[in-house]
Ligand binder design. Structure first.
Ligand SMILES: NC(=O)c1ccc[n+]([C@@H]2O[C@H](COP(=O)([O-])OP(=O)(O)OC[C@H]3O[C@@H](n4cnc5c(N)ncnc54)[C@H](OP(=O)(O)O)[C@@H]3O)[C@@H](O)[C@H]2O)c1
Length: 366
């Protein structure tokens, strides 16, 4: 399956080492920050991501929920919706205490496919409603069961649905109550503006790549002016080995050290008796956004929940100097669509397109 192919070869299990838990959870004033979305709903600042390691996500999500995470992010393509649904049941968390998000995959962009696809997600997640359904990317693939459809040349078979038509279909499902909010991921400013101009509903969330190496300060400011909340994915930048393994990754993914090894984050971490990873998350929260931490390692899950703490103006100014406009997650050559045009870290995708099987091997139905 796709997400298994995306998973690192190394498998994880929840490691319960008391010494590591102690190292990761230096007890310091941790907060439980929440933000308010433009639909009036509340969203916890700290979210739990479920991309990768699908075989370990049920256990990880149960652990995260029992520890106190109340915001879980999944996506149809991650193959973790069912394990997330199982975990919510197992943890016994009342549904209304939880903020649950998923993302529509690009084979379901045709307006007729949106509600059936949402229904399938609801069934896997074992819930009557989502707190938000987002468009994962602004392009469409050919309709059907194969999540990576190939054309006659082995390249991605693209669909012809414009994201605006998919958005209007999302607006329709919003009226059914099956989703409390609708949002976007991986759109450009121009594309978001197009939706604001031509749709009736302003997206509640735009989930984007954000970390100290890719700060996108102007784009963030613009979202605030539009009343759109940002959720940061890959808050640890290129720390995730996934971005160093993808053929489409930018050279920076290999040449730059992880931001958590930068002296600035290390210095701020020492000052607050936290780890550089916790500072990376706290920096996002102190900038007014939600941050998705992902881990299937117990002591890291514990430590990540303690990453919501106050950074002072001096810390924030120092971290602002770290920006390298380095974007790592850009599948443009594989998805045959130019993403992120006009945004920080944008680079044209060039002519080279990757055959699907070069990247994922032959993929059957999921
Ligand atoms: N919308 C999108 O297109 C999109 C794209 C990417 C991600 N996302 C969402 O954002 C979430 C997070 O993004 P991400 O997984 O790309 O990147 P990330 O959270 O920046 O990095 C995850 C990596 O950091 C490690 N890690 C986590 N906490 C740590 C800690 N305290 N100390 C040391 N290492 C730690 C994890 O290790 P272990 O795996 O070993 O635990 C994993 O390898 C995803 O799960 C997903 O929900 C969305």
């Amino acid at each position: 399956m796709f997400s298994q192919r995306l998973s690192r070869a190394v498998s994880h299990s929840l490691v319960r080492s008391s010494s590591r838990i102690n190292a990761g959870s230096r007890r310091h004033a941790s907060r439980h920050t929440k933000f308010t979305l433009n639909n009036g709903a509340s969203i916890p600042a700290l979210g739990f991501g479920t991309f990768q390691d699908p075989d370990h996500q049920e256990e990880a999500v149960v652990r995260a929920l029992k520890l106190g995470f109340r915001h879980v992010d999944t996506a149809q393509i991650y193959d973790t919706e069912l394990s997330t649904g199982n975990a919510i049941k197992k943890a016994g968390i009342p549904r209304e205490e939880l903020f649950l998000s998923t993302k529509l995959w690009m084979t379901s962009h045709h307006p007729d496919d949106v509600e059936p696809s949402l229904d399938a997600s609801l069934e896997k997640l074992q819930t009557d409603y989502l707190d938000i359904l987002m468009l994962h990317f602004p392009c469409a693939f050919a309709r059907g069961d194969n999540v990576f459809p190939e054309d006659e040349n082995g390249l991605m078979a693209m669909g012809d649905t414009h994201y605006l038509d998919t958005w209007l279909a999302l607006e329709k499902v919003l009226k059914t109550g099956k989703v409390k909010a609708i949002g976007l991921s991986n759109f450009t400013k121009e594309q978001v503006q197009n939706i604001i101009d031509k749709g009736e509903v302003v997206p509640a969330i735009h989930q984007i790549e954000l970390h100290p190496w890719l700060q996108q300060a102007d784009f963030i400011k613009w979202h605030k002016e539009q009343g759109i909340h940002n959720t940061a994915y890959s808050p640890l930048g290129n720390s995730n080995p996934y971005y160093q393994e993808q053929v489409w990754s930018r050279p920076e993914a290999f040449s730059l050290p992880p931001p958590t090894e930068d002296p600035v984050l290390i210095e701020v971490a020492k000052k607050h008796n936290k780890s550089p990873h916790q500072v990376a998350y706290a920096w996002g929260i102190n900038n007014g956004r939600s941050v998705l931490s992902k881990s299937v390692v117990d002591w890291q899950i514990v430590a990540n929940l303690e990453a919501d703490f106050e950074l002072d103006a001096e810390d924030m100014e120092k971290i602002a100097t770290m920006d390298k406009k380095a974007r790592f997650n850009d599948p443009s050559p594989l998805f045959r669509f130019q993403f992120f045009e006009g945004l920080d870290g944008f680079k044209p995708r060039g002519d080279h397109e990757f055959p699907v099987s070069d990247v994922f091997g032959k993929i059957g139905k999921v």
